[in-house]
Design a protein. Structure first.
Length: 103
C-alpha cells in the first residue's frame, strides 16, 4: 500500500486508513483462500495499492501532462510524482519545459 501523503501518521484519518487497509488485505486473503482467483479477488483492492506503469508520450503530450498534473488542483499524490518529474525534464530539455511552473 502507498501511504497517503496528506495525513500525519498520528492523525485519526491516517489511523482509520490503516485499519481499512488491514481489513481489505484480510478479506482479499480470505477470498483467495476460499478459491477465488487473484484477478477476481483484486476487485476489492483500493486505490492505495502500489502499482507500476510505463508511460510513453511525445513532448507535446508531456507538456499537457505536466500542466494538468503539477497544478495545485491536481491530486496530492499525483503532484508528489509529477513535480519532481517535471524538474528532471527541465534539466534534460529546458527549452521545452522551462515555462511550466507548478502552482
Amino acid at each position: 500500500m502507498i501511504k497517503p501523503c496528506f495525513w500525519d501518521e498520528d492523525s485519526s484519518e491516517y489511523q482509520l486508513w490503516i485499519q481499512t487497509m488491514q481489513i481489505i488485505e484480510d478479506n482479499y486473503s480470505k477470498l483467495v483462500d476460499g478459491g477465488a482467483k487473484p484477478e477476481e479477488a483484486r476487485s476489492i483492492l483500493p486505490n492505495s495499492l502500489k502499482t507500476e506503469i510505463v508511460v510513453t508520450m511525445n513532448l507535446r503530450e508531456w507538456r499537457h501532462f505536466f500542466k494538468l498534473r503539477t497544478s495545485s488542483r491536481a491530486h496530492p499524490q499525483m503532484r508528489e510524482i509529477s513535480v519532481p518529474l517535471l524538474s528532471k525534464f527541465k534539466d534534460i530539455l529546458p527549452i521545452v519545459f522551462d515555462d511550466i511552473i507548478p502552482k
